[in-house]
Design a binder for this molecule. Structure first.
Ligand code: UDP
Length: 239
């Protein structure tokens, strides 16, 4: 290929909801296959891909807790949901002949590998896609925080947060036709303007460790590859 990546190693964060497609729950195989195709293109141009997938298409601790369940139990269910999503994504990637590892923060012997930072770095270096599952392994955190944490740990060049819109806007673009997209924000602006990019724990972690974050639209075909080869997509948060 004549296309070169501006990143050697990325950490791609997909929300669980991104896997639902047009449904309200669960996993749409068509969506998985399309994502596997785009991730395969990145691997094809030599990008090392780490991934974190959310669990919101199945369970969220906060929602279970609002319905009366113990919060920590709900968070455990949410984290297990991310493992199911990771298994589905691994399956789609491997059907596309992309070697994939799932490493879980919660040990699950016989199903997936246990997260180990040095092994993760080794797999990434050999070109395997590594999916970090079970979030941070702790309740009261989110998979956005897990994505930033793993991205920093494995020394990714950037955290790419896939969303349903083209980036971060001055207001909700679905509701306000005058809403404008930010091309760039610094960490403090992202926090002060309360733009809801990610939770505070996640943004503060990236700020403290100077990890750039790019928010982009994963529903736009080709956007992921375009931004990795240097195209302008979404909103960059750094500095
Ligand atoms: N979760 C958790 N600790 C973590 C990451 C996730 O307890 O480190 C739980 C939490 O209940 C969360 C659920 O797993 O609601 C699914 O993750 P998240 O809501 O971040 O998924 P997304 O919104 O990205 O689909």
């Amino acid at each position: 290929s004549d296309r070169h990546s501006r990143y050697k190693r990325i950490l791609l964060k997909l929300s669980g909801e991104a896997l639902m497609g047009d449904d309200n729950f669960g996993i749409d195989p068509k969506v998985l296959n399309r994502m596997a195709l785009e991730i395969g293109q990145l691997v094809g141009i030599g990008v090392q891909v780490g991934m974190v997938i959310g669990g919101g298409n199945l369970f969220r601790g906060a929602a279970l807790s609002a319905a009366g369940m113990d919060r920590v139990t709900g968070d455990h269910m949410g984290m297990l949901a991310t493992v199911m999503n990771a298994l589905a994504m691994r399956d789609a990637l491997e059907r596309s002949n992309i070697d994939t590892r799932v490493m879980s923060a919660i040990p699950m012997s016989g199903v997936v590998d246990h997260y180990d930072r040095r092994n993760a770095m080794r797999y990434l270096n050999q070109g395997d896609v590594v999916i970090f599952a079970a979030g941070t392994g702790n309740p009261f955190f989110t998979t956005d925080s897990a994505a930033c944490l793993r991205g920093i740990e494995v020394e990714a060049d950037v955290v790419l947060k896939a969303t349903k819109v083209d980036g971060v806007y001055t207001a909700d673009p679905m509701k306000d036709p005058k809403a404008k997209r930010y091309v760039h924000l610094n960490y403090d602006e992202a926090i002060e303007k309360q733009l809801g990019v990610m939770d505070l724990t996640a943004i503060c972690l990236t700020r403290d460790h100077q990890m750039p974050v790019r928010v982009f639209n994963m529903n736009k075909p080709g956007a992921l590859v375009n931004l990795v080869v240097g195209g302008e997509e979404g909103t960059l948060i750094d500095g």
